[in-house]
Design a protein around this ligand. Structure first.
Ligand SMILES: [Zn+2]
Length: 63
């Protein structure tokens, strides 16, 4: 075991990097509607892709 002193700044950076899931982008939710994270347009919850800019949450196929 390496007994390094805890580096709070590094740990915070690690958390903020890991906590923000940029790979798995989902719809924002606003007033019970879906909001496109790309252009900010509001859609019905049944909507699977943005009719304004064409964005859809299926952006990351990691295989
Ligand atoms: Zn959009």
């Amino acid at each position: 075991m390496v007994s390094a002193p805890p580096d709070d700044e590094l740990f915070d950076e690690f958390l903020s990097e890991r906590g923000y899931e940029t790979d798995d982008v989902e719809w924002e939710e606003s007033y019970n509607k879906k909001q496109c994270p790309d252009c900010g347009a509001l859609h019905e919850t049944a909507r699977s892709e943005c009719s304004v800019c064409g964005w859809s949450p299926v952006a990351s196929l990691s295989q």
